[in-house]
Design a protein around this ligand. Structure first.
Ligand code: SF4
Length: 71
């Protein structure tokens, strides 16, 4: 399954991803973007394209046993 990640060191706090995909991103304590929902959807893909510093990435990860059971 795919999960979204943000490199907070690279993030320049422009807010684009939070505006585009509010269900997935929010502002952290220092105004950086943090992932609040790792599920990848069309809005997340748009945010990946819009991030000016390519701080957002989508990674293919193995599902945990717990996630498999919950699915
Ligand atoms: S779009 Fe990129 S630079 Fe802008 S807040 Fe999101 S992660 Fe940070």
């Amino acid at each position: 399954m795919e999960k979204v990640k943000v490199d907070s060191d690279r993030c320049i706090r422009c807010g684009a991803c939070v505006a585009i995909a509010q269900e997935n991103f929010d502002y952290g304590e220092d105004g950086e973007s943090v992932v609040i929902n790792e599920e990848v959807n069309d809005d997340v893909r748009k945010a990946v394209d819009m991030c000016p510093v390519s701080a957002i990435s989508i990674e293919e990860v193995e599902e945990t046993e717990e996630e498999k059971e919950a699915a």
